[in-house]
Design a protein around this ligand. Sequence first.
Ligand SMILES: Cc1ncc(C[n+]2csc(CCOP(=O)(O)OP(=O)(O)O)c2C)c(N)n1
Ligand SMILES: CC(=O)[C@@H](O)[C@H](O)COP(=O)(O)O
Ligand SMILES: [Mg+2]
Length: 638
Amino acid sequence: MAETRPATPLLDRVHSPSDLKGLSDRELHQLADELRAETISAVSVTGGHLGAGLGVVELTVALHAVFDTPRDKLIWDVSHQCYPHKILTGRRDRIRTLRMEGGLSGFTKRSESPFDPFGAAHSSTSISAALGFAMAADLGGDPGDGIAVIGDGSMSAGMAFEAMNNAGALKKRLFVVLNDNEMSIAPPVGALSSYLSRLYAETPVQDLKEVAKGFVSLLPSALQEGAKRAKDMLKGMAIGGTLFEALGFTYIGPIDGHDLDQLLPILRTLKARATGPVLIHVLTKKGKGYGPAENSPDRGHARAKFDVITGEQKKTPSNAPSYTKVFAESLIREAERDDKIVGITAAMPDGTGLDLFARHFPRRTFDVGIAEQHAVTFAAGLAAGGMKPFCALYSTFLQRGYDQVVHDVAIQRLPVRFAIDRAGLVGADGATHAGSFDIGFLANLPGMVVMAAADEAELRHMVATAVAHDEGPIAFRFPRGEGMGVELPADGTPLQIGKGRILREGARVAILSFGTRMAEVLKAAESLSARGLAPTVADARFAKPLDRDLILRLCREHEALICVEEGAVGGFGSHVAQLLADEGVFDRGFKFRSMVLPDTFIDQASPEAMYSIAGMDAPQIEAKVLNVLGIASIPQRA
Ligand SMILES: Cc1ncc(C[n+]2csc(CCOP(=O)(O)OP(=O)(O)O)c2C)c(N)n1
Ligand SMILES: CC(=O)[C@@H](O)[C@H](O)COP(=O)(O)O
Ligand SMILES: [Mg+2]
């Protein structure tokens, strides 16, 4: 069905936030309605993060109408809610390319627009960055205010509190808008969430007269009526926020974040008057104004392309279960036999499959909120206490917990099991979410076992291997998306630690794959075999410890060895190269190549396109085989 574009007469006149300055408050209301309709329409054709953006439409209009962006630095935390902001900041003409190859990023990005002063996609960085901008302005750098917009889920992470602690001490003018929609991706968890709920459920704890005092006279006469309303409201509203005040912030709120009649005068007042750090607590609804989003359990957090009228998503049917599901089901089976197994997620129960685990074992599932560092050390504590913790994290978010992996897990040789989802290139989320580095940053740790599944059956065995491995930490990685459709064993069988396997015996060249590039390796091998050059194909299974016997045998029996992995340089291939160097294999002129992700951040595209860009699809593996053997080309056999 062809997309029907909403009528947006006012939005059509807005090409930059400066165009908002000439609009009346009444027109800003209309603009917000049109912006919401345009956001829904755009995401219906691109897919992407819908609910968060719909929840901040009025806030986006108000912030751009009141502040002087891009001079003032508006920083969206995570930035999955930035689509309305992109529409207002000169990118409307490309909004229907969101998250596509060559199109707009789904997140804020410095290289995309001066209105994106700071890139984001991982949570809870906005207050630190805004404070940095504020201090830079104070020290003679770029002038302008620092404004962070951060969600209630992201506010619970340690970094947000580290930043507030610092901001409160520096006492510089800084605006933090806490966008409280009582949602993370899943319903929010933790004591901070309960605290925020109490803030607007309980009686006022402090009066805002000081903030309200005198601000009417500061505003241009045309705005004074709205300002008077805000003053009355400020005096009467429930206010509190002792936690934020203890951290040195002036707390304003809670405010209805969909009511421009409140937002505009309060922001105008604060812009005119604030001298130190201010926290503006706004209440919003994720998915606001679009029924199918508002009424769905995740409030429309992320959507495939959809029909605007019905909200029905246009998903391509899957042929195989996702790796995530196979992981979750494998862990459930293991946990039925072993009551020491527990699962930990950092605010991603659905994404990691731990929502399924939780249905079977609610007391053995822990959603710790957006707190990857804590998740790792919490798992270390559980392991030290005799449990078998499976810390299920996306590769990219595990980066947050690296010191904890080293200091709390590896050095103490604690048997924490890391289930690393979204390993390798992930597609539409782009470079910020690529799981490129975990092989490198885990395999260099003494005592760490690092596995990668070649297919979903292997993943099942690796879960069993991790359950059985009590001697120290162990990690297994698997990608986003569906498996290869191979037959799944009912139960996993523990693998022998540090042992790979040969899948195809061939000659001259051996390809040693680590992870799910195996499918492309096998395609390349098939094609080469059809032309009379059958390579040996082996599955390394382990990057740490390496299967030395297998690797050295492959070197003895072939002219060349090619390693393939879905990770950056410094990972599996580098460890193999180190082994070959140490063993003197290169001294006798042995040919070796390592196919890794290129030394660049790859922008969003489909995962297949990203791997082609990375030079890691079947034709490029084939070409590498010919190249290493010094063969220009071989014809197809008749
Ligand atoms: C460090 C990190 N961990 C996990 C995520 C995945 N993630 C993206 S958005 C989100 C929920 C954020 O909730 P909130 O800040 O309240 O924003 P909302 O979606 O409700 O607007 C999570 C967990 C992330 N982006 N960064
Ligand atoms: C913004 C964010 O970090 C998440 O919403 C992420 O986009 C989820 O990715 P998956 O779709 O792979 O679960
Ligand atoms: Mg939220």
